[in-house]
Design a protein around this ligand. Structure first.
Ligand SMILES: *[C@@H]1O[C@H](CO)[C@@H](O)[C@H](O)[C@H]1NC(C)=O
Ligand SMILES: *[C@@H]1O[C@H](CO)[C@@H](O)[C@H](O)[C@H]1NC(C)=O
Ligand SMILES: *[C@@H]1O[C@H](CO)[C@@H](O)[C@H](O)[C@H]1NC(C)=O
Ligand SMILES: *[C@@H]1O[C@H](CO)[C@@H](O)[C@H](O)[C@H]1NC(C)=O
Ligand SMILES: *[C@@H]1O[C@H](CO)[C@@H](O)[C@H](O)[C@H]1NC(C)=O
Ligand SMILES: *[C@@H]1O[C@H](CO)[C@@H](O)[C@H](O)[C@H]1NC(C)=O
Ligand SMILES: *[C@@H]1O[C@H](CO)[C@@H](O)[C@H](O)[C@H]1NC(C)=O
Length: 878
């Protein structure tokens, strides 16, 4: 082995690149190496650098970026094919070709240039990487093949286009393109495998109306450093900070929007100084097919499936939604479901102006491909035109309150939606900005072998046949060595994510021979331990892990990547022989259970714990990660950190213990803990994230009342077997009392003294009661729970005095509206009416807004209904 080591060292020394690091040129015959982080080119003004940069775990790209830590990448050579973190090089060959090779000596990317005279690579001050011959001829330049970014003075031409990246973390080519079309107009197109549609300039405008010229065949567009963008099709814009020289980048982003960013110097934050779309829902394809995009400036863009559909791919909205039913072609077997103020652009099977609703409906029913129709109204003067658009595909859907039209979705007559009253699918209300895809551990199995091949070639050439025999010998040795180093490679990869594999002896030592037991939970005993780096850890020894090692590793790896302030952090695991251990961060205040019984939590802390827990669970359920159900939410599994910050523990454990997939018929054991279990577990319904919502509701009741779910029913003194005791007791109290305050006094933990915010507690109670609904469709999602808890202001069910104004022409005031309370102000032929009404809050949205439906009459028989979100006003009686 000693000789082997010497050979190895020798090979590294000999094959190390002979390049100058940190200069702005690269000579012919030299190369840059991924293994040397300091091996990169810098522009003379030191603003740009070009080299290998990590874009994932063990995945690197050759890129040009701003020369600062984590600088913004402006160009990439191999965006679709990242290279290995070891042994990848970028070389300027003597032939004039400029080549990027992956560890396995696979050419990933090359300029394909050929030159007789010597060549040299330069990184210029403007960020252009140029391959020049000694005569000064440009053989290749990075400005000619932009990725998703244009720098100042970098022209977009007929030969180049910008292509967005797939997501904020996945730099592969995405679906949006900015390019010059055949008619010389600069356009944005959504171009996926299945659909493609132009969305900028607005597709319903002819170029002329969009202010574009089709006559100039030059096809160039350029941004200058002062902030003036001008294109040969007459499209121009100026940045908000036009006039000063700044660092600027124009980027086609993964959400399909084009944004201009500016800043003065390196190290400062980028500021958006122009964007193509203010309303991101007008961008096509953004939520995929069969879904609706909605946008509010406060909460941003949201995607949701249209009713009766479910998300195709939980991690990625681009895949859209798919129907959960099959449509029958038969005319009598369809019905229509109305989606208010929704617009689906494109894929009309025709345009039928001035059609009645029934005629439009019949048109749709007559066609087997019709999946619904859009019925819009356009008002001109006192006349209203109704237009009918039957649809064959539902794409580019968006919903905005001011859109004058509704979508009628075709459904099988017998198909019942889980919630007919909601237009938006509750289950998938959350948005996943940028589709957070993380790079998985990248493994190159041949890694060692490849290095060895290179090493061997070197040696064979240099020494001779004798050595070759010698090396073959070593090679055999190494192959054997490499086989058992597979596990080490994995360790190496995991270590880079801050998550690692421990040996059993290491953990035994850390826990002093498993001496300090701090808890017993699902599947195992938890011990306190101190790791070698002196971090205090909670170490869980699983007692019933039947899984094989590979499967266990896969699951643990998933859990290890889940990272949220309100979820317990997993530091590592141990899988050795029969031993399966999990290493978690240690929480000093123990579990919520212990704290509730020792009465150390005041009302403020309790509310924060409720909110934090909800956030943690919402993240598990909804935030773009793999679909993780907890299945065992209870106070024992909510741990409290330094300042009583709650963290949910034991998530993903149900998977580790291999108790079957939720819908797997073979799974017999009911998961969870009695008292916290949703009725679905017993009634054999499908298990969804709503089981966690139910358990969470019980935890909320426990937080409020201080009583465990096995609360003995005082009325009859017997303990209920199905453990609905606590819920029943609370419900009886709520129904029995006249107002919420009285009711709260009845049920709240009597042993606690001190201030409590009745409004917050009221919300907590309302939310808890919604969560423990028997019907899972009536329970909110965890995301909605978070919204409700944060929306301090209007408890559900309270009455509001709402003041609003209606403005319309005199026709608007018919008997119906006149019957309402209100004052009327006549202004010529328009009437302004102020109405004061009392409404009951039925739904609380983000930031304390409530939903109301406003009905405006725009003709004797024509009304327009729209749903409005009313901002919080403190004027209400509870
Ligand atoms: C660069 O990014 C990494 C990972 O995102 C982060 O850990 C590191 O702190 C960042 N460095 C700087 C200087 O921002
Ligand atoms: C912006 O640039 C275009 C093309 O170079 C030029 O015609 C136009 O005058 C410039 N606009 C301003 C305000 O400088
Ligand atoms: C076409 O556009 C280019 C660049 O904006 C401009 O220089 C040229 O004068 C234009 N040609 C015509 C015929 O307008
Ligand atoms: C969802 O998309 C991700 C990333 O594109 C992919 O890795 C995964 O396999 C997809 N899942 C399904 C169920 O199609
Ligand atoms: C469809 O329904 C109508 C009225 O209910 C009925 O007259 C007709 O026969 C039905 N058609 C078929 C094919 O069932
Ligand atoms: C719409 O149709 C009605 C009757 O079908 C007709 O009286 C009216 O003139 C039509 N309006 C327009 C704008 O075509
Ligand atoms: C990045 O996106 C590409 C294209 O959709 C996909 O093939 C690839 O698997 C993605 N990478 C990761 C790590 O999700």
């Amino acid at each position: 082995m000693g000789t082997l080591f010497i050979f190895y060292v020798l090979s590294i020394v000999i094959s190390s690149p002979i390049s100058s690091s940190n200069s702005h040129t690269l000579k012919e015959g030299s190369s840059l190496s991924v293994a040397k982080p300091n091996n990169f080119l810098t522009s003379p003004n030191r603003i740009f650098s070009a080299g290998f940069y990590p874009i994932g775990v063990n995945a690197y790209c050759f890129a040009i970026r701003f020369n600062e830590p984590n600088g913004t990448i402006v160009w990439m050579a191999n965006r679709d094919q990242p290279v290995n973190g070891k042994g990848s090089t970028l070389s300027l060959l003597k032939t004039g070709n400029f080549v990027l090779t992956d560890a396995g000596l696979i050419t990933v990317w090359a300029t394909g240039t050929v030159s007789q005279s010597p060549t040299r690579l330069y990184l210029f001050d403007n960020g252009n990487l140029v391959l020049l011959t000694s005569e000064g001829v440009v053989l290749w330049q990075s400005f000619d093949s932009p990725t998703d970014t244009l720098l100042t003075e970098q022209p977009l031409t007929r030969y180049s286009k910008l292509v967005s990246s797939r997501s904020e973390t996945n730099f592969s080519s995405g679906f949006y393109k900015l390019f010059f079309d055949n008619d010389n107009v600069l356009r944005l197109i959504y171009d996926s495998i299945v659909l493609s549609s132009v969305y900028w300039p607005a597709p319903w405008l002819v170029s002329w109306d969009a202010g574009r010229s089709t006559y100039n065949n030059t096809k160039t567009a350029v941004l200058d450093s002062l902030g003036n963008f001008s294109s040969s099709d007459d499209f121009t814009f100026m940045s908000a900070d036009y006039g000063t020289v700044m660092q600027r980048i124009l980027r086609l982003e993964c959400d399909g929007n084009v944004r201009l960013y500016s800043r003065k110097n390196l190290g400062e934050n980028w500021v958006v100084t122009w964007e193509a779309f203010n309303d991101p829902c007008s961008i096509h394809g953004i939520c995929g097919a069969n879904s609706l995009c909605s946008y509010t400036p406060n909460s941003g863009r949201k995607c949701s499936c249209v009713p009766g559909h479910k998300m195709k791919n939980q991690t990625d909205w681009f895949y859209g939604c798919e129907p959960e039913f099959t449509l029958s072609c038969h005319k009598n077997e369809s019905r229509f479901f109305k989606i208010l103020n929704a617009d689906f652009y494109g894929y009309d099977s025709g345009f039928y102006p001035n059609h009645t609703f029934n005629a439009c409906q019949d048109l749709c029913l007559q066609s087997c491909n019709c999946v619904g129709f859009q019925y819009s109204y356009l008002q001109s003067g006192t006349k209203v035109n109704f237009n009918c658009y039957p649809k064959t595909l539902l794409v580019n859907g968006l919903q905005k309150p001011n859109f004058f039209g509704d979508m009628y979705l075709r459904l099988p007559k017998s198909y019942l939606l889980t919630s007919e009253k909601n237009t938006l699918d509750e289950e998938f209300g959350l948005n996943c900005p940028g589709q957070v895809t993380k790079y998985l551990d990248r493994m190159y199995k041949k890694k060692n072998a490849n290095q060895l091949v290179r090493f061997m070639l070197w040696f064979a050439g240099a020494v001779g046949a004798l050595e070759v025999i010698c090396i073959i010998l070593i090679w055999h040795l190494l192959i054997r060595n490499q086989r058992n180093s597979d596990a080490n490679t994995r360790d190496y990869n995991l270590a880079t994510t801050g998550f690692r594999r421990f040996s059993f002896s290491e953990l035994k030592k850390a826990t002093l021979g498993f001496s300090q037991e701090i808890g017993k939970g699902a599947g195992g005993v938890v011990y306190k331990g101190v790791l070698s780096d002196s971090r205090v850890a909670a170490i869980k020894r699983l007692s019933e892990a039947y899984q094989g090692e590979a499967e266990f590793l896969a699951e643990v790896n998933t859990i290890g990547r889940v990272n949220h302030m309100n979820l317990i952090e997993m530091w590592g695991y141990c899988a050795e022989g029969k031993h399966r251990l999990l290493v978690y961060e240690y929480m000093e205040h123990g579990s919520l259970k212990e704290n509730l019984s020792s009465k150390v939590l005041n009302w403020n802390k309790r509310f924060k714990i409720a909110l934090g827990t909800a956030k943690g669970l919402a993240y598990l359920h909804e935030e773009c990660l793999e679909w993780v159900l907890h299945c065992d939410v209870k106070p024992q599994n909510i741990l409290l950190g330094a300042d009583y910050q709650p963290k949910v523990a034991d998530f993903g454990l149900s998977k580790l213990l291999k108790r079957g997939e939720p819908r797997d018929p073979s799974f017999s054991r009911i998961r969870g803990t009695r008292g916290y279990m949703a009725p679905e577990w017993v009634t054999n319904q499908s298990i969804t994230s709503k089981v966690d919502v139910y358990s969470y509701g019980v935890v909320l009741l426990e937080i409020l009342t201080g009583k465990s779910p096995w609360h003995v029913n005082e009325a009859n003194g017997e303990e209920e077997t199905q453990s609905r005791g606590l819920i029943t007791w609370v419900k009886e109290n709520v129904n029995g009392s006249k107002d919420m305050l009285g009711c709260l006094e009845q049920i709240m933990d009597q042993s606690l003294e001190g201030e409590s915010d009745a409004e917050k507690m009221g919300i907590l109670l309302q939310v808890a009661l919604k969560c423990v609904e028997e019907d899972k469709g009536a329970r909110p999602t965890m995301g909605q729970v978070v919204e409700m808890l944060q929306a301090t202001g209007f408890p559900l069910g309270c009455r509001l005095h709402v003041l609003y104004e209606l403005v319309g022409d005199s026709a608007a005031v018919d008997n119906n509206t006149a019957a309402r309370k209100g004052t009327y102000v006549s202004r010529g032929d328009t009437v302004k009416m102020t109405v004061v009404e009392e409404v009951v809050v039925e739904e609380v949205g983000e930031a304390g807004k409530i939903a109301l439906t406003l009905v405006v009459w725009i003709g004797p028989d024509v009304k327009k209904e729209s749903r409005w979100w009313w901002r919080k006003r403190r004027k209400y009686d509870s």
